[in-house]
Design a protein around this ligand. Structure first.
Ligand code: C5P
Length: 233
């Protein structure tokens, strides 16, 4: 039996892609399956946590014991995560949030003939960076006392560790889980992958392993770091 390393803790996990609708029949999205986030939710529950899963559209069923908040767009995910984060011990942003959305969504399906060939886009809020500003390593120079431990993900096609390390600092996350996308090692939708867990302390290679196995390791590292505040700079 696995030790209940998250007993008494409350965790918020975002998972899956977001969909940015152009009109009721068309959207912008990405190939995220949600599997890593759902595996993290299951593993956190098994480890004793109270789990809230903020999920974009996926084909997965919610793991037992997990409270799910289903969302569609990045703006909805932003609102849901910011509402759930206060009081959480961990917030894990595993979702593949779409960075862009159509500047204007049409409530009615647009005729093919009326579609412009250029689509005007707007930038979505960066949820993790916003949490980092509120609670993270960058919050007014130090971690907000009692604020959640922030975990981000970084899917990179090249210079994986360097780029993910810079991303951790830029977004104010306490920990970043980096993986390689593109080519044979792609993490999107894959059964298993290899990740590097980056904190202020070090960079730890984990895997190749299934997403379920990676989830257990990710929580082990996070619980360990969160219990040692001196390591969070
Ligand atoms: O910048 P990039 O998308 O590579 O960063 C990935 C990390 O940031 C993930 O943890 C993802 O959930 C989070 N993110 C976010 N809001 C966005 C884009 C990414 O919270 N708009």
């Amino acid at each position: 039996v696995a030790p209940q390393i998250l007993a008494g803790k409350s965790v918020v996990i975002s998972a899956g892609p977001t969909r940015e609708y152009i009109d009721p029949a068309r959207f912008i999205s990405n190939p995220s399956s949600g599997r890593m986030g759902y595996a993290l939710a299951r593993a956190a529950w098994v480890a004793g946590a109270k789990v809230t899963l903020v999920s974009g559209p996926t084909a997965l069923s919610v793991p037992p014991g997990v409270r799910a908040v289903q969302v569609t767009s990045a703006l909805q995910m932003h609102q849901a995560v910011l509402a759930e984060a206060p009081g959480a011990d961990f917030v894990c942003m595993c979702a593949a949030v779409a960075d862009i959305r159509p500047a204007e969504a049409s409530a009615q399906k647009r005729a093919k003939s009326s579609l412009n060939l250029t689509l005007e886009l707007a930038q979505n809020p960066d949820i993790l960076a916003e949490l980092g500003g509120l609670y993270g390593a960058l919050a007014k120079g130090s971690q907000e006392p009692g604020g959640p431990f922030l975990i981000g993900f970084a899917a990179e096609s090249h210079d994986v560790v360097e780029r993910a390390t810079a991303k951790r600092l830029r977004k104010g996350a306490h920990m970043i889980v980096a993986n390689q996308i593109g080519g044979a090692a792609s993490a999107f939708g894959a059964e298993s992958s290899k990740v590097t867990i980056i904190s202020a302390e070090d960079a730890l290679d984990v895997g190749p392993a299934t997403k379920e196995e990676l989830a257990v390791d990710i929580w082990r590292v996070a619980a360990n770091l969160a219990g040692a505040p001196s390591k969070l700079a």
